[in-house]
Design a protein around this ligand. Sequence first.
Ligand code: DWN
Ligand code: SAH
Length: 403
Amino acid sequence: MCRICGSTVGEFFDFGRQPLSDTFPEPDRVDDEFFFRLAVGICESCAMVQLLEEVPRDRMFHDGYPYHSSGSARMREHFAGTARRFLREELTADDPFIVEIGSNDGVMLRTIRDAGVRHLGVEPSGGVADLSRAEGIRVVTTFFEEESARRIRAEDGPADVIFAANTICHIPYLDSIFRGVDALLAPGGVFVFEDPYLGDILELNTFDQIYDEHFYLFSVNSVRAAARRFGFDLVDVQRLSVHGGEVRYTIARPGTRPVTAAVEAMIAEERERGMLEHTTFEQFGANVKRICGDLVELLRRLRAEGKRVVGYGATAKSATVTNYCGIGPDLVEVVYDTTPAKHGRVMPGSHIPVRPASGLTETQPDYAILFAWNHEEEIKQKEKAFHDAGGRWITYVPDVRIS
Ligand code: DWN
Ligand code: SAH
């Protein structure tokens, strides 16, 4: 049943039993991993693409949540720019107030703090929330939902901007989110969120964007329908190139802001591209199987030739690739990553060891699969020595290739 409108959800791909994508077990604790059925479908009525099974939120977002948003220079720049735009265009009233849902380690709010503007991060994962607090950012360690939003409104007053990046698509209970936004948002305020775009996922075959935390894969069409259903207008959309292609949605109370032409234009484009037709999703499923087949074939061949293959970037996304395609330590001996919290642990489900990124050039393997393909430019530049010494990158987006 659709989490937004209650209609039937037509399943189009089943990845089978999958682990939590951001839980990296200690090597001797792999027996108590949590698994669920990762399957994805589209609502026959409102076209919202969503998972069929929901993982309880406290299993995913807790004190040990390992993802640190500030780990990428490009993302730090992206969010500094986002904050500057809010400061320039939205936070211009007397004593403005901005709330961020899923503020993580403070990657966006840092710039707001520097400007001396009133702010609050709402972040349930205690570890990353503490990191931002240590930098003087104001954060409450809790889930954003109707109740917490009402509390914030009572204590801090209305928010001129409510922002969320890569977070709203993680939240199945959008009804409660919108009721919370309704309680907290100033009459002329905006609710802005950005998430991976279904159009880009279909075009680039980035099936690894599908994992436990990504409950929804948004399109402009489905977000407009959801906003309307919960009493808001989708007033603007903007494409972003980060994380493999995203859309930033601007939502306001009905009639308070003009709707830009971009909204209708993108919906028309989605219709033309067949983003409402079942055959499009069947084709996507066929592409997923082909890419996995090609990748495993390549890895087996390299293995047979005696080559050393590693992974780079212990991303949440790579949990789907390794576990669905069946890639274990026999094919990829180690995954290198810059996140201290992931070091000495093993990858979810596949149990490939995770080690510090310095190992790439120290051990100089023959090939590295770029699991963090969304940070390709930054990583290839940083790890230039690997390539210069003859190392080669393997990618699987949008097809399996050695570069
Ligand atoms: O939606 C989400 C996004 C924003 O972040 C969350 N559900 C979880 C997480 O997803 P992800 O793990 O797929 O995100 P990234 O940004 O692709 O992860 C990059 C990984 O690669 C991190 O573990 C850090 C690592 N890394 C590295 O080793 N060297 C990253 C860079 C930039 C590097 O140079
Ligand atoms: N905004 C950051 C973090 C994205 S990761 C970025 O774009 O890089 C997703 C974040 O959402 C995690 O830090 C997680 O703890 C948080 N989150 C999940 N459910 C939430 C909720 N209901 N309210 C607030 N944050 C939530």
